[in-house]
Design a protein around this ligand. Structure first.
Ligand SMILES: [Zn+2]
Length: 886
């Protein structure tokens, strides 16, 4: 039985009629019965059912069992909900037997500083090419994981020479379900909602997922934005695996809206300028070959118009900075078994599986055909990366560990996890015109990961001037701009760490840094008579505080800095554990907590303070372990709710109770001392209504600490809990816009005049996709204890609030001046003018409680580490400064 490829695959797979039955790709094939199909293992033909992650894991294990010489399954972690994270390697028996040699060979090519040209030449001649296919990072983008199973089956079952050639030339890595928790959520809810027939109607229950959708992982992260901060196990594990294998091509296969067709490379502008020209050219070649296959099968597609590669935190972008050719594919989603398109046609789940399967195969073909060139290009890329660093007069990046021991340690560990070599000085030194303390971190950018270092650390990544000019033109014609995501992400800025760069370093001893994110702390003077103190101001002492509270220790926090007689001084917010307040084993328990939290804890033999408050002062508060509630469900942003819960639970180390918005309207919240309202998509005034407003106001008046982010801050204004106001766009030229049906004549004497009129109505400030902004910090308040005079925040959207007047509260963080406030990314000039000196963090006492409002999301993507101490102060300092009747 000889059939054309697609006809054969789908006949065997039971996917039904094939759109194109003639083609000339020369992939006629028989299928070996030995290879178990999805139907054999799971009991239904492929594409006829959306497979659960558990079923898929069974399928890949079955493939490994029946083809032990051709399939190897590797686990790389576990999701928050306990599902396995894994990938499989598929190739011919020889390549799989020599997988260890392949990995060693790729490590040698990836590290030209340790590899001779002769060695490299030999490896380039001998090694197979490799491709990594990652499916289903968004759990409700359902067809690609199924295509991952079909691709694996086809590679093993097909008998034709073309497929054999692919396997002889290529190791295919398949990561079939990048986001098992999200997919599982989608699958169980989808089938829960089906009836006698699957509905194709976009308003049917099948096609409308409840909050939170299956797109995100357990903590509701968009995993396709997490490749910078690597906070989630799904992404961190995959990054580890990629750094072991260095695939030459990486594809991330998604779905988009059901009315579209299929998208593949080349990508849209703006380009990240740190992507090499050779990479962009090679991506065109891949796209062109895909186009040929899609033409053969009569599949529509498009390229270049959307999906840019500017932000490096996408899965399809990150590998580019290690020299891999990486890209996104997108298929129109049936978001269920079938979907009626705007043209009245029925798009099926099987259609998506077909398209992704064909795109997978055509890309494997490119990898196979270009084997030697891809290996050569990779070697050249890594060599040239080192040369770039050597040539640069900013070759060395130095970060002083003293400015924030916890943050700088975390950054150094994180960079190491990204495959960057980071070193640490063992002694103090002078470099780049400054003095650095022992333990400072040094990054030599003359390394193969040069472009990864640059894209993660550079304070500004420029978009092309003609692209910017085009955005201004679009804007002046009242058209939306083409900026798809944040335009700034520099890790040191987001961590609020200063970096210095220079061409040369003095000779000194350096040690290699590991991927560890927390350095164990210690306790000194364990037999101290009075107790122990720990300086406030970084995440080490923040983790010490939460751990101590969870352990039931009694801990106090000073609102003001204090100095002992011997001259040692501690900043505002510092933690105090006295023996009198605690049990006899205090020293032993704190010793343990110092190790795990990273904090440095010092025993003190006296409580005699020569400057600042004594321990018994009114300016020293006992911190009562607060119960924290977090608003959940519609209309809150699932992303922001998830980021916030993750940050508090997994980085601060403290539990949160999520409460649905609807319940907050009338629930008795007296058990909770803190309530956080993340930003929302819809109107909270509508959700909460009069009843919710009253319930929350009364709770605040009785001593609750209400913390609001972004849109929730807008609600706090509407609910009269915050005496601020949301601004309209500031107009430079006031033109009266008509409000009546019949009006006086108006003379427009230029096109510019017309533009002013059209934009003269009450409009919001212009939308920004996300830039890093500088804040001025009021240093005289417990809410900013341990926070430096300036911090970096992320500003997204178009909300600008009025400052609080002094009779109502305090503006504790405000935007810097118009010329200074945009520290990275692209921000419109008008927004700079209007944002200048406006509040970012406001505090307004009310009754026995208070409202703490951030005008943006301080927990955005959980990667604004420089704002963590402020958020800790808001939660724990807020709770200890409220005055509920206990
Ligand atoms: Zn997607």
């Amino acid at each position: 039985m000889k059939k054309t490829l697609l006809a054969a695959v789908f006949a065997v797979a039971g996917l039904g009629p094939v759109q194109a039955d003639t083609h000339s790709l020369g992939l006629d094939t028989d299928y070996r019965a030995l290879t178990p199909s999805v139907e054999n293992v799971l009991g239904y033909p492929i594409g006829s059912r959306i497979s659960s992650p558990a079923a898929m894991y069974n399928y890949f294990q079955a493939l490994q069992q029946t083809h032990p010489d051709q399939v190897k399954l590797f686990n790389y972690g576990e999701t928050w909900e306990g599902r396995p994270l894994y990938y499989v390697a598929i190739s011919n028996a020889e390549n799989i037997a020599e997988l260890g040699d392949y990995r060693a060979g790729m490590q040698a090519l990836a590290n030209p500083q340790n590899t001779s040209s002769e060695q490299a030449e030999r490896l380039i001649n001998e090694l197979p090419a490799s491709i990594w296919l990652s499916y289903g990072v968004h759990g409700n983008e359902i067809s690609s994981p199924e295509a991952g199973m079909l691709t694996a089956w086809h590679l093993l079952a097909a008998d034709d020479q073309a497929t054999q050639d692919m396997l002889n030339n290529t190791v295919v890595f398949i990561d079939p379900v990048q986001n098992p928790d999200g997919r599982s959520r989608f699958v169980s809810r989808y089938y829960m909602n089906t009836g006698m027939e699957h509905s194709a109607d976009r308003i049917s229950v099948e096609h409308n997922e409840p909050w939170p959708s299956g797109r995100s992982n357990h903590y509701l992260f968009d995993l396709n934005r997490d490749w910078i901060a690597l906070t989630q196990p799904e992404v961190a594990g995959q990054v580890d695996a990629l750094l072991e294998t260095y695939p030459l091509i990486f594809v991330d296969l998604h779905e988009m809206g059901g009315d579209q067709t299929y998208y593949f490379t080349p990508e849209a502008r703006p380009y990240n300028p740190l992507i090499a020209k050779s990479q962009r050219e090679a991506l065109w070649t891949i796209g062109e070959n895909n186009g040929r296959w899609f033409d053969e099968h009569g599949f529509d597609y498009f390229t270049r118009e959307i999906f840019d590669a500017f932000y490096p935190g996408y899965g399809a972008s990150w590998p580019l900075y290690h020299g891999t050719l990486a890209m996104t594919y997108e298929m129109a989603s049936a978001r269920g078994h079938k979907f009626r398109t705007k043209d009245g046609e029925i798009l099926t789940y099987g259609d998506g599986v077909q398209r992704h399967f064909i795109a997978s195969l055509s890309t494997i073909e490119t990898a196979s055909n270009q084997r030697q060139r891809l290996l050569q290009d990779f070697w050249n890329y890594r060599k040239q990366a080192i040369e770039q660093g050597k040539k640069s007069d900013e070759r060395y990046v130095v970060i002083d560990s003293k400015q924030d021991p916890a943050g700088s340690k975390r950054l150094a560990g994180l960079l190491t996890q990204h495959g960057v070599q980071v070193q640490q000085s063992t002694q103090a030194f002078e470099a780049c015109g400054s003095d650095f303390s022992a333990g400072s971190y040094v990054i030599d950018t003359a390394q193969p990961a040069h472009f990864m270092v640059r894209t993660l650390l550079d304070e500004q990544i420029e978009m092309a001037p003609d692209f910017i000019a085009e955005q201004k033109r679009l804007r002046s014609n009242n058209l939306p701009d083409q900026i798809y995501d944040v335009t700034a992400w520099s890790l040191p800025l987001m961590f609020n760490l200063e970096q210095q760069r220079c061409a040369r370093l003095p000779r000194m001893e350096l040690s290699q840094v590991s991927g560890e994110l927390i350095a164990p702390g210690q306790l000194s003077n364990p037999d101290a008579k009075i107790g122990f103190v720990a300086a406030w101001g970084d995440m080490n002492s923040a983790r010490l505080l939460t751990a101590a509270l969870r352990e039931g220790l009694t801990v106090k926090q000073s609102d003001l800095a204090f100095t002992f007689k011997d001259g040692t001084s501690y900043p505002a917010g510092s933690l105090i554990f006295t023996r009198a307040d605690n049990t006899d084993d205090l020293s032993a328990r704190l010793t343990e907590l110092a190790v795990t939290s990273g904090a440095k804890v010092h025993g003190v033999d006296t409580s005699w303070i020569v400057d600042g408050p004594n321990f018994g002062s009114n300016n020293v508060q006992q911190v009562h372990a607060p119960r924290i509630a977090l608003a959940w469900d519609e209309p809150f942003s699932s992303l922001n709710a998830g980021h916030t819960r993750y940050l508090i639970e997994r980085q601060f180390g403290y539990p949160v109770t999520a409460i649905r918005a609807d319940q907050l309207r009338r629930a008795d919240l007296s058990r909770y001392q803190v309530l956080i309202l993340p930003t929302s998509y819809g109107s909270l005034t509508e959700t909460f209504g009069e009843q919710g407003q009253q319930n929350l106001t009364q709770w605040v008046e009785r001593g609750g600490v209400l913390i609001t982010f972004a849109n929730a801050t807008k609600w706090a204004v509407e609910a009269n809990l915050l005496a601020s106001a949301l601004e309209k766009e500031a107009k430079s030229n006031e033109l009266e816009v008509h409000t009546e049906k019949r009006v006086d004549g108006l003379l427009l004497n230029s096109a510019e005049h017309l533009h002013q009129y059209v934009n003269g109505a009450d409009t919001d400030p212009y939308w920004t996709s996300g830039v890093l902004t500088k804040l001025d910090v009021d240093q005289e308040h417990w809410l900013t204890a341990g926070v430096p005079e300036n911090v970096v925040s992320l500003t997204v959207g178009n909300q600008i609030f009025r400052p609080l007047t002094i009779n109502n509260g305090r503006n504790l963080m405000t935007y810097a001046g118009a010329d200074e406030l945009a520290v990275s990314g692209y921000l419109w000039a008008e927004n700079k003018q209007q944002l200048a000196h406006k509040p970012y963090l406001m505090w307004q006492p009310r009754g026995r409680g208070m409202v703490i409002s951030f005008t943006q999301e301080p927990t955005y993507r959980a990667y604004l580490d420089g704002l963590n101490v402020t958020l800790m102060n808001a939660i724990f300092g807020g709770a200890s400064h409220a005055r509920p009747l206990r």
